[in-house]
Every structure is written in C-alpha cells, then in structure tokens.
Design a protein around this ligand. Structure first.
Ligand code: GAP
Length: 451
C-alpha cells in the first residue's frame, strides 16, 4: 500500500434535491418510511441503525451544550398533560391553521400559504377547477385522544404540540428542588405532535417529531439582553455541529408572523435544497405562559428575589430547535458527490461511526493484528469492521455513511507495527505507528473543520 498520499482535489457537488438524500438514507439505514410494508403512513419516518446514532449524537451535542452550563437544569416531562394546560397556553384557541378543501378532488390546503389570486378565484391548485374551494375554516393542529376507557368529552387529552409547556408547569418544582436563582433555564428533549395540514419534504415537516427546547427565566427588563445573548449562543451551536456559516441566516419575525405567545422572535434558517427554511425558533415569550398558568391553575408562580426582596413573574427566552430538522440540515450540509463517490462530510463528533477497520486481505497473518487494532479502537471510538470487497469499495461504503477515518492493516504494517489511516474529506492517507493510533484519531477529530 502506498504511503502518505494526498490525491488531487475533484469537483465537489452539493445536494440539489431531497430525493438523492432520501434514497441514500433508505439504502444505508439512516431513515426508512414508517410502516413501509403496509405502504407507509403519511409523513412518518423511522430512524434506522445509523440514523438513530446520528440523532443521538445531535441530541447529546445539544444536551451537553445546555446542561454543562451551571444555570441550566434538565427535565423530562410527560407527553400527556392536564387538558387545562392547553387552554392556558392558548393552544386550544390559537393553535390553528386556516384550511380550505376542494369539493371536487378533496385536496386540502392552508389558505395562508396559497397563491392569493387562486384563493380569490376558489381555484384548486391540484385539480385546477375554479370555484371548488370551501371558505377557510380554522383547523386545530393538536392531536386529540382519550384517557381511560371512556371516549367522552371529559376524558379528552392532547398529544403535546410543543415540549415547552412541560417546562412551564414545572417551573417552581425545578427552581426549588435545584435551588436555582433567576436567571436560569430548563432544558428538555422530547416528542411533539402536530396534525400538520401540509407535511412533507422528507423529515422537514412531519406530524410526529422531536424538539430540543430550553426556557430561560429572566427578570423582566433584562429579557431583550438575554434574547440577544441566546441568539449568539444558538448560532454557535449550529456552527459547532459543522453547518457552514454561509448556509445559516437569521430571520426576524414581523408583527404578523409572531406566534400568539411571542413578544419578539427570530428564526435560525438553513438553506435547504427547497430554499431558506426555519430550523430553530428563538422567542421572547414575556411572562405570557407563567401568567396564564397562574391564572388557570390558581397557583402562584411568582419568584421571590432574595437580594432585592422583589416578587415577580419571570419573563422567558425560549430556544426551540427541531431535532429531526437539525438532523436534516446536517445531512444536507454534509452531502457531496465527488467523482465516483458520494460522501457525507459529517462532523466527526456526529458521525455514526468514527472509525472503520479493514484488513487488506482475509489472511490470518493480517487478521490477528486487525483484531488487536479493532479491539483497541472500539474501546475509544464507535468503530466498524469491513473485510469484503476491494479497499476502494470499502472506502466508498464508509464515505457514504460519513465515517471520518478508515484504518487499513497490510503486510508492511504487520512487519513494523504500523497502519494506514485514510481520512474521509481530503482522502489523504498517512502511515502511522499502531501505538499512536488512538491519539492520532483523537487529535484529528479535535482539529476537524467544515469547509
Ligand atoms: N415552543 C415553541 C415552538 O414549538 P415552533 O417554531 O413552532 O416553536 C420549534 O417550533 C421548532 O420545532 C421549529 O423550528 C422546527 O425545527 C421544529 N418543528 C416544528 N414543527 C415541526 C414539524 N411539523 N416537523 C418537524 N419539525 C418541526
């Protein structure tokens, strides 16, 4: 095997449509359509062996960034909550989309997303018939179910449409048990459900998804300052996952875009193949939620500030990122076609496998050392093993799933205790001492930078 090779760069093409990514995700076990053997179910997706690893790594990256801070505590609240929660939060009344139906082809649309001229003419965007659309009517996005055996109105509960409310109703429990002082935050990762009218674009908009939310409780008057601070912290988190700066932008909400609870808000947007779209929302929710929960529960939720002897309802700065949407942005950003290879240039900390180990051939002389190297690496990194096909083919397989380092054991290596490390992005190859391997990969991972 040749030593220390740096191949000439080839043209690198980015992802231009979700279709290529959907196909790679299915083929390599990142993401499958849900219940596929029954023909699938609209907008539901299952994470396969590599997808679940990638997702866990993203969640860990977020959880660590939040809870490594002394001023943020974790929480895992239940999905089903007291139905009054959703009256207090405004979701029963306000979490609605205006819906129109086509009487001819039965297609359904969000009136606020339709072309104005078409809407005026009642023209269906699917079948093209004019005058077939119903008047817009409000459609609540919350999924309803019943608790207990009786399907009556008294037993209605909702699947939470955001994780945030589990945090608000636990504000006092967390503050007191963790002995936190304002300002402090509560972080949570969990499933949320919305009966979206127009789901789609792969995992971009689904009816079941995971949110990573943090509510930061601050003294009124300091809220805009904290809003700005969190804006920067959150942008840096996305950059720290390898997303390129040129693909990220802020979008500040105008008065007509603000959610019912928000005083000020902006989105972190990523440039997907379908254009710039929100991946995270940062909201100044004022004291809206605590005030409403105080009113509806009749339980005082004021905070007493020891140093000033003041009592107040804290304001809340919320950071809310969809885990699936962040994952989609990360996959899109890392996807490249270079010559005959497709490669995911994932940040090594997020890659499902960090290292792949290959014996040059399936010969006992090589397998003994390969086993040793594999076992050492496995103790330090998530490592995979492959002995089938040519080395070139094995590189291609690992490129496609984003494994940043491939380690090959050959005859020269057995003779002088060395291995070849091939790096994914530049395809450079380095021969190094097997004893140095763990340190070498650790150093490489720490030094990794996106383009
Ligand atoms: N608690 C505030 C809140 O839920 P949001 O802007 O409605 O705010 C926050 O949602 C994030 O959740 C979005 O930026 C997006 O990443 C994700 N999200 C929302 N709806 C989604 C859906 N239907 N499918 C996938 N992700 C979604």
């Amino acid at each position: 095997m040749s030593e220390n090779i740096t191949p000439a760069p080839v043209e690198s093409k980015e992802l231009t449509s979700f279709a290529d990514l959907v196909s790679l995700c299915k083929r390599r076990g990142f993401i499958f359509p849900s219940s596929e053997i029954y023909g699938g179910i609209g907008s539901c997706w299952d994470y396969g062996p590599l997808g679940v690893e990638l997702k866990l790594n993203i969640k860990n990256s977020w959880w660590k960034a939040m809870t490594d801070r002394e001023d943020v505590e974790g929480l895992d609240a239940s999905i089903l909550m007291h139905p009054r929660t959703w009256e207090a939060s405004g979701h029963v009344e306000g979490f609605v989309d205006p819906l129109v139906d086509c009487k001819n082809c039965k297609a359904r649309f969000r009136a606020d997303k339709m072309d104005e001229a078409q809407l005026k003419a009642g023209e269906c965007p699917t079948c093209g018939k004019k005058g077939t659309l119903t008047e817009p009517r409000n459609f609540n996005l919350m999924f309803k179910t019943h608790m207990g055996p009786l399907e009556e109105s008294a037993s209605i509960v909702y699947l939470r449409p955001e994780t945030a409310q589990g945090i608000f109703v636990n504000f006092e429990n967390v503050q007191q048990s963790a002995r936190q002082k304002v300002p402090f935050g509560i972080a949570q990762i969990g499933k949320a459900f919305r009966n979206e009218i127009t789901p789609g674009n792969f995992i971009f908009r689904t009816r079941e998804f995971e949110q990573m939310e943090m509510q930061y409780f601050v003294k009124p008057g300091t809220d805009m300052e904290w809003f700005e601070k969190w804006k920067e912290i959150r942008l840096n988190w996305h950059l720290g996952n390898g997303l390129r700066r040129k693909k990220l932008q802020f979008h500040t909400h105008g008065p007509t875009e603000l959610a019912h609870y928000a005083r000020a808000a902006f989105d972190v947007e990523y440039e997907f193949p379908i254009g710039w779209q929100e991946i995270e929302g940062i909201h100044n929710r004022s004291d809206f939620d605590l005030r409403r929960h105080q009113e509806f529960s009749k339980k005082k939720l004021e905070y007493f500030e020891e140093s000033t002897k003041e009592r107040y309802l804290p304001f809340v700065i919320e950071t809310s990122v969809g885990c699936d949407r962040a994952l989609l942005a990360i996959l899109c950003d890392s996807y490249r076609v270079e010559g005959d290879r497709t490669v995911l240039k994932l940040h090594p900390k997020l890659a499902p496998y960090k290292v792949a180990v290959f014996p040059l051939m399936k010969k006992p002389e090589l397998l003994e050392m390969t086993d040793k190297v594999f076992n050492t690496l496995k103790k330090n990194f998530r490592t995979t093993y492959d002995e089938s096909g040519t080395i070139g083919k094995r590189y291609r397989r690992q490129d496609e799933i984003g494994t940043p380092y491939c380690v090959t054991i050959d005859y020269d290596g057995v003779a002088d205790n060395t291995v070849t490390v091939r790096e994914r992005d530049g395809m450079t190859q380095q021969r190094i001492s097997a004893d140095q391997l763990v340190n070498y990969i650790n150093d490489q991972m720490l030094a990794w930078k996106s383009e």
